[in-house]
Design a protein around this ligand. Structure first.
Ligand code: CA
Length: 227
């Protein structure tokens, strides 16, 4: 899951990003409204955490522009504007949730999980491919009755393959999803995590679920004998 934190107070931005990364999210940070819209255009995010008092372009204007082209994208406003009118206004403009500062990190986390879950329930919180099963809320992976313990990176990679099951996904796209933008990443690092993910699936019994397609990338598929 990839999140965009839009916040001009650097310390707060850092703290929030760090906390979210520890929970396993990939996080990018924008420090003004213009940067927020730029990053939103060039990357694929699952959710945006949006401050309102921002340099260059105000948060509500950022939200308006996003809504003019996408009404399903998740936006959580995190703002010091705390009157009922502010909240109603923010929700009217199309934010999916509104949290006022000061806030407890745990509450922010819970709201984020709630929003992401809502997105997934329209699809499914539990997705499976043959006997391989992923619980996107608990962030757990199962092979039949056996839990496959994955690191955050391995989980993110598998999650993306799951969402695109049956299609080949390029390494670059996988990296984009599982790492922060601009992460200084060697392709060896990616291969290391991919190798480790495959080994764990293999050891758990889920053999040959991730297929390498030369020149195209990786594809998650259920082997015939598991159908
Ligand atoms: Ca601000």
């Amino acid at each position: 899951m990839k999140l965009l934190v839009v916040e001009d107070e650097e310390l707060l931005s850092k703290t929030v990003a760090k906390g979210l990364r520890l929970l396993g999210y990939s996080v990018d940070c924008a420090f003004d409204g213009e940067e927020a819209l730029y990053l939103y255009e060039v990357n694929q995010y699952d959710l945006m955490i949006l401050d309102l008092n921002l340099p260059k372009i105000d948060g509500l204007e950022v939200l308006r522009r996003i809504r003019s082209q996408d009404d399903t994208f998740r936006v959580l406003i995190l703002s010091a504007r705390n009157t009922l009118e502010d909240k109603v206004n923010g929700l009217d403009q199309g934010s999916n949730d509104y949290l006022t500062k000061p806030f407890e990190f745990q509450e922010l986390e819970a709201r984020i999980r709630g929003l992401l879950r809502r997105r997934f329930t329209t699809v499914n919180t539990i997705i499976n491919c043959g006997r391989l099963c992923m619980d996107t809320v608990a962030r757990q992976v199962w092979w039949g009755d056996t839990e496959v313990k994955l690191t955050r990176k391995e989980y993110s990679l598998l999650e993306y393959l799951f969402v695109h099951a049956g299609q080949a996904v390029g390494a670059e796209e996988l990296i984009e999803h599982a790492w922060d933008s601009g992460a200084d990443l060697f392709s060896n690092t990616f291969r290391f995590h991919m190798h480790s993910l495959r080994r764990k699936l293999d050891n758990a019994g889920a053999k040959e679920y991730i297929i390498t397609e030369r020149g195209k990338g990786y594809r998650l598929q259920c082997p015939k004998e598991d159908l």
